[in-house]
Design a protein around this ligand. Structure first.
Ligand code: UD1
Ligand code: UDP
Length: 380
């Protein structure tokens, strides 16, 4: 079997490591993987660092699309992916998640009848103002094999008309849907010991043995709306000052570029002067999971980071209006606070007192999601 794997944004590069590893370790005689990078993310610390650190094979193609409006970016990718699919003639195009790279792959492949495998299928925020919600619905409804990390995801697909009893041979009109666990969980389990060995981040940030909070912010409706961005950072400032605890923020380049423009100048200055607020460039995956495993609490609007907080048994304060990972909230391990300073402070207060008693039962599979995906592709 020949597959083309499409990656582009940071979390997709990370997710792809799990399937590449499963193919290398168990299926190398049966599956050949061609990797295509759209170039949606391109800074070394948003892309190459993961390819190197997570032993992902060097991409066979890079479209070097870069940044742009949704239309410009997606259109460029569609053209490039179509050309490669026509040349490579794969059995499947493998897509991850919900980015513009995912959407471009969906359109390119479905029009020329290359069957699509969608990993992280079925997730819904039920908020179509998110670009990701449109991207993931389009990908799911054009796919032949859909792998959902959660039961909720599988239920969402059934609710949208997918039949869980479909049997092979699968096609886009007769798709197979599966609940298989989360490839990100596979990765967190696999890399946690390697991170303990190789990551220096606690040392370089002088955080060894010290309590600290970890935060990430990159969602467009937070970065691009000054009111929301100000509320979030006001809360961060207050929390770090009141608790006299370091709040470490590896900043996505989107956010880094907009802080100066969208934050009130006084707040921006206070953030820069506050020694407990630490704004740093994006970190590598091994550093990130090291931080997640040692921090007290996570503040994030990231899909991946709220889940990894759960994997490492840390409470997550979710800076969004809703979440696709509703199990985390139902379990009492995450609180959705929007960009509302009062709610952020309330959730912080709650977890400061209740944080240690929370239970984190396994919800995201057994660490073998990627093997299941490879086996299912081969049997399809
Ligand atoms: C994208 C995804 C989002 C995902 C996120 C993961 C879409 C619509 N959004 O959002 O779902 O959660 O990736 O991180 O696909 N930039 C750089 N260097 C880079 C990459 C980006 O400076 O290497 C800056 C550029 O100014 C760019 C901005 O970040 O315009 C946004 O990048 P883009 O890829 O369009 O969207 P993300 O916000 O990263
Ligand atoms: N991540 C990382 N370094 C960072 C921030 C995030 O390695 O500085 C990893 C994180 O561990 C997770 C993934 O990037 O695996 C999440 O990506 P992101 O938050 O960019 O996107 P989302 O998951 O929201 O789509």
């Amino acid at each position: 079997m020949k597959i083309v794997t499409l990656i582009g944004a940071r979390p997709q590069i990370i997710k792809a490591a799990a399937l590449s590893r499963a193919i290398k370790n168990k299926f190398s005689d049966k599956v050949r993987e061609v990797i295509v990078h759209t170039g949606q993310h391109y800074d070394a610390n948003m892309s190459q660092v993961f390819i190197d650190e997570l032993s992902i094979p060097e991409p066979n193609y890079n479209l070097n699309i870069g940044s742009g409006s949704h239309g410009v970016q997606t259109a460029g990718m569609i053209t490039g992916v179509e050309e490669i699919l026509l040349r490579e003639k794969p059995d499947y195009l493998v897509l991850y998640g919900d980015t513009n790279s995912t959407l471009a792959g969906t359109i390119a492949a479905s029009k020329i009848h290359v069957p699509i495998v969608h990993i992280e299928a079925g997730l819904r925020s039920f908020n179509k103002s998110m670009p990701e919600e449109i991207n993931r619905i389009m990908a799911d409804h054009a796919s032949t094999l859909l792998f959902s990390p959660t039961e909720t995801g599988l239920r969402n697909l059934i609710h949208e008309g997918f039949d869980k009893d479909n049997q092979p041979p699968f096609t886009a009109d007769h798709p197979g849907i599966f609940h298989c666990g989360d490839v990100m969980y596979d990765n967190s389990l696999y890399f946690r010991e390697i991170a303990e060995e190789k990551s220096n981040i606690l040392k370089t940030q002088l955080l060894e043995g010290k309590p600290f909070f970890l935060a990430t912010v990159h969602r467009d409706n937070n970065t691009d709306q000054p009111e929301r961005l100000n509320a979030i950072f006001e809360a961060f400032l207050e929390i770090s000052q009141e608790s006299q605890t370091t709040l470490l923020l590896p900043l996505h380049p989107r956010t880094a570029k907009l802080l100066d423009k969208n934050l009130d100048s006084r707040l921006y200055q206070q953030l820069q002067q506050e020694e407990n607020i630490r704004l740093i460039p994006p970190v590598s995956f091994l550093d990130m999971i090291m931080l997640e495993s040692r921090c007290e609490m996570v503040f994030t609007d990231s899909g991946g980071v709220q889940k990894e907080a759960y994997f490492f048994e840390k409470p997550a304060i979710i800076l969004r209006t809703e979440t696709e990972w509703k199990e985390i909230v139902e379990q009492g391990c995450g609180i959705v606070v929007n960009a509302d300073k009062k709610k952020i402070m309330g959730a912080f207060d709650h977890f400061s007192h209740a944080g240690k008693e929370i239970q984190f039962p396994p919800l995201f599979g057994d660490g073998k999601a990627a093997e299941f995906i490879a086996e299912t592709m081969l049997g399809s």
